[in-house]
Write a protein that binds this ligand. Sequence first.
Ligand code: NOJ
Ligand code: CA
Length: 661
Amino acid sequence: MSEPSLTPQTDLTPLKSNVQNTEEDPVLSFIPLASDIPTDRTEREFTTVDESDLEFLFTREIDFRQETIYFIVIDRFHDGDPNNNVGPNPELYDLTQENWDRYWGGDLQGIIEKLDYLKKLGVTALWLTPLFEQIETLGYGDKAAIHGYWIKDFKRLNARYLGKDENNSLNETQETRNTTFDRLIEELHKRKMKLVLDIVCNHSNPDANGVKGELYDDGVKIADFNDDKNNWYHHYGEVTNWEDEWQVQNCELCGLATFNENNSEYREYIKSAIKQWLDRGVDALRIDTVKHMPIWFWQEFIADIQTHRPDAFVFGEWIYSSPHDHTSLDYANHSGMSLLDFGFCMAIRQALGTWDENGFHLVQDILDLDHLYDSATELITFIDNHDMHRFQSLNSDPDVLRLAVGLLMTSRGIPCLFYGTEQYLHDDTNANDNPYGNNDPYNRPMMDKWDMDTPIYRDIRLLSGLRRLNPAVSMGSQWQKHITPDVYCYTRRYRDSVLFVAMNRGEAITLDAVSTDLPDGEHTDVMSGNKYEVKDGNLYDLLLDSKQIIVISSVGVRVQAKTVVRVQLNGVNTQLGDTVVVTGNCPELGNWDISRAYPLEYVNSNTWFGEIPFEESSGKPIVYKYAMWRNGDSPIREDNTGRRWLLASDGIVKWRDRWSS
Ligand code: NOJ
Ligand code: CA
């Protein structure tokens, strides 16, 4: 019997009984709130909003793509406990906060005290610079390890971040509970927020007064670069040729003692340390300098870590990763972790920071290569960090910062804001040096204001809410609608949810007609509260003031069920008009009747995504495979005997599959 020929999408809508109606979804109550926003942007829009209205935005079961990350250099955030400031070696602390290479007093108690400020900002995950015990001597001549990347003991914490009586570098152990660290986790989780631990597997510390790579295991010395009897370190000197992959992976970066991953005792040490911190409640990991270790190490590391904690989200720092750099791409697709997206960061900095004449085309050029990644929607996006000039040291116009943050938070990827962005924090010392160079230490000023009324504080709060509310932002596909160097309009789409964004870095302009993919009718711009009429899917005579950003959200039907499978398929290599479905032996997948199979959503030509609701088959074994239609022809099924899976009886399940042909 021949297969029924199907029109892509339209015949494949999931059974209505499996989806929740929009009107019943409490999440949608956010929309009217946004539309209540007064047009006068200086007003405190959120004074009218009861805090409990926003509680729904915070849930720890959310897909990591829906998080808004905030990156804190702990020493420079807030000093909540002056008793720990002097630390084990007083020479490393500067009470006057004038010497940028000394500790200034920030600590974990300081972060706890500011958690409500951060939650109201809309931040849902905190990435903190490494917490581990550091060398207590000056390295590179005169620098203290305020950044946290010169680790001495991966199983102990930096005494300067804890309470004085909890100084575990002296007498406490890993097993000690109820430290300020444990309270931080508890307070974060109470607020449904997550902690991202910054870890370093590539190196310990550089030479400091003749001591290099002295490594401890919970206070017990286990290795020493200068007396390396058990081969814990590589001894090949500094990288001299950055094009030579072997050198990059085996030689030293700035004299940092580089671990020898071939030594299985080292691997056991680092993995056991990180598992212990995950056991203490850490939710996700940011991994330093990943390009400096071979991919097999990372594959083993991630496999072990995620076997221990399957829900731990992991992303790495491959400096200047980009879709134009095949080694970083290869790594993103095969290491098992996501990456910080330097390519997108640099494009935004060029378009809006240094005002490149190509403007928004640079941003679109990067997004056009998303299909090269298996999971572009999971890349961590940012506009600045502790290793480059702050965005405002490139362009101090606060309205341009708002455009950059607006672009960041409405595009694909998981946005990460550098601490102080919401207060326009920046120090422009040496700002005229190479803007793409490292502006350490001046990009790490002390937080000096906690104003919850700044326009950008409000923007971030609104847009992080939107990321939770509208799945098109976090999970969908991106479609360019209008582009010039100065004007950028795009939509994001997922199922029947749509987000439309228009922004203008130049002089005021009126666009005759812009296609939006929004349903016809009146819509409200989340940023200004202004109303817009959509006709035939278009906005006509759209006026964009100079440096204005318009964000219009339309949230459709959301998938809810006892068990929801978030499925991502790569490698199917589709063309415009193709449709991809999941077919299988259970009612939710159409009982092998391919006309009732579950349709996936297009993200890009390499990635299809979907949330499949399961009720009847929850907790049961199922078999499934993928199929694709092209040009109304007979479906092409995957060439395999089916993928067998025991479905969880409730909650969220993740499938990550590659098309088999
Ligand atoms: C990258 C970190 O972001 C940077 O701050 C650090 O100095 C180097 N890796 C070395 O750990
Ligand atoms: Ca302190």
